[in-house]
Design a protein around this ligand. Sequence first.
Ligand code: 3HC
Length: 299
Amino acid sequence: MATQATEREIAVVGVIGAGQMGSGIAQLAAAAAGCVVLLLDSDTAALSRAVASISSSLRRLVAKGQLSQASYEDSIERIKCVSSVQELCDADLVIEAIVESEDIKKKLFVELDKITKPSAILASNTSSISITRLASATNRPCQVIGMHFFNPPPIMKLIEIIRGADTSEEVFTKVKYFSERLGKMIICSQDYPGFIVNRILMPMINEAFWALYTGVATKEDIDTGMKLGTNHPMGPLQLADFIGLDVCLSVLGVLHNGLGDSKYSPCPLLVQYVDAGRLGKKRGQGVYSYGTRSSSIKP
Ligand code: 3HC
């Protein structure tokens, strides 16, 4: 069957960036899709943390009877940690999950274009950067695509696939089947700022900051309102901390610049938190405190 043939073509997956998103994507590719995964990060401590987190996440599945011990061991065995882009030369698909900077991502795509095999697909997990512009840094724009995962990738059921202006139908189809092998539902977005989910999510988060900033209610009541009033698993301020306030601000910047509408202008309180280094859960402090660090900013 054509479907099986295209699925088989993706056997080796390169994942760049061993943070929360990259490690979750590596886990899915190894355990759900059965691929060999080349997990790349220049920070060896980040690689060790990623392997420990994947191992603990998969062990939870074994304990719950959702994964056999043998599959657990095979999945861990399939994940190889690497430290240079050159080691991705055998990858059929490379998914980058590095910092949200267009310049840094473009430089990476230039390098990937040089070292990966001509048939390899280059995917970005970007939250909002233009796939078309990333693709234009390569000599294979028809093989560049967006695969936007959601945090935490092993749990969230969605992948948003973004076609750049030149992404081929064949590449889209391969990535669609591969996403299904990961056990995900897919939605398809054109390459416009924020794609689908962040175009809608970030204005909601920004509005929650405005509500806090202008004294409509406490942070707890804003979050409880959205959790219990609209059945969201987390309130918007708690979700912003979970995503990272710097990421939220950066996506709002892309929406504001790309769509030119002042409604996307970030709330000054969000800007101030980011300026103060209150980046959310990952830093122990955002809208809420997760550690002991003190701050003079009072919401
Ligand atoms: N990795 C693997 N498994 C995880 C996990 C992780 N990082 N975090 C939680 N889990 C598992 C737990 O083991 C548990 O599994 P079980 O039910 O089988 O025991 C299950 O998820 C539920 O976890 P918890 O009981 O600890 O906590 P919650 O019920 O509160 O769920 C949550 C946690 C799944 C994060 C939930 O609060 C949630 O869905 N929040 C919203 C997340 C969201 O909206 N993400 C998208 C953000 S936007 C984005 O990523 C795009 C970007 O571009 C900005």
